[in-house]
Design a protein around this ligand. Structure first.
Ligand code: EPU
Length: 343
């Protein structure tokens, strides 16, 4: 196993934060990962690095999960069951599925990161979440180094949430993810406003999965910064859910407030709760497009914090806290951070 010393993690996190790993190893198979975990008890696991904010040097062994491979487990004329190793790039996998005419992931095009970390935050976009197509997640229990398996239900998926962010945080490393995708009569999800508009603009009435994917790619490219050009981790915060009482109060003050009406978050607040786009709150509070030193709030989507080049993780975290404080003071809403802040 090739363990390197003092490696910059800047190329390994999409925020482009320059911290150093005292030791670093890249693993490309289940068994080499198992071997490392048997030898080393305190490791820092790194995959696509697309949902983390590193705020300090890592003084332990950083294990970069880089196992590749896609296999078809079984198929019939309607569906295909596929298992993908954790180190595969998410978007490359989505494009491969589209080239094979396998449907289900087209709305999740162009999301940065690796396949193995996609279940942790239940990645979602344009009305689809990865939980809709996952059949199984496999991993290694870090304390015993034994293989473990989770059904979809075991993963306890929620909005940008799963068991891997809660009870199993730091306890399991995901090694592969299995999906069930359609081979025909694809269930397209094109009702999201921006997709509808994009397809209509192109006069597409019965889109193929490729056309839906192209529309999603176009929308994302027009709103979200490309991490290869400007460091970022996508949405930095979750969209908050508030009670109907609080929502009505806000709507009186801000008649144009955007919202998604959803089933009540708790039984005390019947019958509905309201999810508010955090991007709107942050824009309304005046942060959109503002730069603070080398970090800032993206000019086209206020939910995304960006590193223009040399911001430290602490700089970005300081800005995030300032935004949280302002949103709380202005709207009485607590914004939860979505990315994994490594302190
Ligand atoms: N909005 C603003 N100002 C902004 C941004 C948004 O007013 O700067 C308002 C607009 O009214 C807009 C609404 O917010 O209509 C919703 O915006 P958008 O469609 O961009 O979606 P979002 O709720 O801000 C979520 C996800 C994104 C995902 C999009 C599309 C979260 C935390 N974010 O953003 O996910 O791509 O929906 O489905 O749920 C990610 O998680 O990294 C991510 C990019």
């Amino acid at each position: 196993m090739n363990i390197q010393q003092n490696i910059s993690l800047k190329p390994y996190n999409t925020f482009g934060i320059d911290v150093t790993a005292s030791r670093f190893v890249s693993v490309d198979s289940f068994y080499s990962l198992q071997e490392i975990l048997t030898q080393e008890k305190d490791v820092f696991l790194l995959s696509g690095g697309s949902n983390m904010l590193l705020t300090k040097n890592i003084n332990k062994l950083v294990v970069h999960i880089n196992s590749k491979g896609i296999s078809i487990d079984r198929e019939n004329e309607n569906d295909v069951h596929i298992t993908v190793n954790a180190g595969e790039d998410w978007h490359d996998f989505v494009l491969w599925c589209i080239s094979q005419n396998y449907g289900g992931l087209e709305n999740l095009s162009l999301i940065p990161g690796h396949v193995g970390t996609s279940p942790i935050q239940n990645i979602g976009a344009y009305g689809v979440e990865i939980k809709d197509v996952i059949t199984k997640v496999e991993g290694i229990d870090i304390s015993t180094t034994k293989r473990v398996e989770f059904s979809n239900a075991d993963c306890a998926f929620g909005y940008r949430n799963s068991i891997f962010k809660n009870e199993l945080k730091g306890k399991v490393v995901i090694t592969s993810v299995s999906f069930k995708l359609s081979k025909k009569q694809h269930q397209l999800n094109t009702s999201y406003g921006a997709i509808e508009q994009e397809l209509a603009a192109k006069n597409i009435i019965n889109p193929t999965i490729k056309e839906v994917s192209d529309a999603v790619i176009f929308i994302r490219q027009s709103k979200l910064p490309d991490p290869k050009k400007i460091g970022n981790s996508g949405s930095f915060f979750k969209n908050p859910v508030i009670s109907s009482k609080q929502f009505k109060k806000l709507q009186d003050k801000y008649p144009n407030i955007p919202f998604y009406k959803i089933a009540a978050a708790n039984k005390k607040d019947t019958p509905f709760s309201y999810k508010i786009p955090a991007g709107w709150l942050i824009e309304t509070a005046g942060f959109k497009g503002k730069r603070f030193g080398d970090c800032g709030v993206h000019e086209k989507q206020a939910l995304v914090l960006v590193n223009y080049n040399n911001a430290s993780g602490a700089d970005v975290y300081k800005l995030a806290k300032k935004i949280q404080e302002t949103i709380l003071a202005t709207f009485e809403i607590t914004l939860d951070i979505e990315v994994n802040v490594i302190e």
